[in-house]
Design a protein around this ligand. Sequence first.
Ligand SMILES: [Zn+2]
Length: 473
Amino acid sequence: MSIIVRIPSPLRRFTDSQATVEVSAKTVQDALSAVILKYQDLRFHLYGDDGELRNFVNVYVGENDIRQLKGMDTPLTDGDEVLIIPSIAGGKENGPIFEREEYLRYSRHFSLPEIGLEGQKKLKQASVLVVGVGGLGCPVAIYLAAAGVGRIGLVDFDVVDLSNLQRQILYSSKDVGKPKLRIARERLEGINPKVQVAAHEEPFSSVNAVQILAGYDLVIDGTDNFPTRYLVNDVSVFQGKPNVYGSIFRFEGQVSIFHAKEGPCYRCLYATPPPPGLVPSCAEGGVLGVLPGIVGSLQAAEAIKWITGIGDPLIGRLLLFDALSMTFREVRLEKNDDCVVCGKNPTIVEPIDYEGFCGVSGTAETVNVPEIDVHEVKQKLDRGDDVTILDVREQWEWQIAHLDEAHFIPMNSIPSRLDELSPSGEIVVHCHSGKRSASITEYLIKQGYTDVKSMAGGIRAWTIEVDPSLNLY
Ligand SMILES: [Zn+2]
């Protein structure tokens, strides 16, 4: 009697990709035995150690579940079709089952009743987008890959810098100068070859964000700047997806889940960004190397909990961590009904110009900041021009390297120490790479200073191009 056995796609790798196997059999039992005789690796996937069909494997004859017939003894007639359907009870197809190696790999999850086989399947079916593969993104991506999240998308376009290695644990010294995503992908696939890693090697921007996030179930915010943070928030609200938020500064971190369907979004918490220059970046303000490891791990834990549906998510709660006092605090976050993206009458329904919104690039109030090249500064000093070199960096930076001629006033002290600067004299402002000096130059011009310029590229450019004897940092 000729019977067709239909093999579900996850099991076809054990049947030389055959979707159907023709056997001769009088009962379902005979038919499955005949298939296993032909493709022996299937046995483990269909039967448990007790010789019974695994409880997530259902078998149908035609349209009928054999449990409603005579089970494995259900008789077959010529031309019958036997369908193998991996499932939970109910006969609905329920995604992947695991390869032999994965049973051991995830055994510590399987033995947690809260996760178990079903939770692990959810992880395998899940897809997570990690925006920014730096301090936060590294531990997040490592733990998600290790946990068996089926598809992980990475967004970044940086190359590995020596100063990253103090905290960005996907990268090694030999990777300096190489694209981060290439290294990250290799490392993650090395940790778990069962996960798919997609590299989006481009800035996450208003142009591509909607399209990129559309392919994922949730997003993890590993960004280090306000424009991208607001963009991640807004797009996750548009698409109704949770945004697992983390941020770090010096010794402190914050974690939450912004999921506008059930709670507040990031804009409910911070309707507008701080003015540029008020909050220093991690490069300027510093960050304890282990801090993103802790905060990123908390984000990964929240993502895994959300995917598997266990525990209490950090929705509507902001977790505050302080590494110096080694304390966690929690504050409640309320949804803002007037929120421009997730409130009752949202006015922002598609990505906006986030650089402009955060004042990072030109807005009406900014002035064009005059710049001066490091070589020109050198000439001025060599000629003995009457010029004030104003160093606006922090004390620790001054100690690493400085120009002997410079007048040192950290940027936050400038407003209270203006009397040290002559309004009509020539001033060249410098910092590490040119950002802080640009905002101080702008500030001084608005205060009425007439001859102020920002040294392009900062002391970094000076060290590389003019005086390599200084320490580069
Ligand atoms: Zn909101």
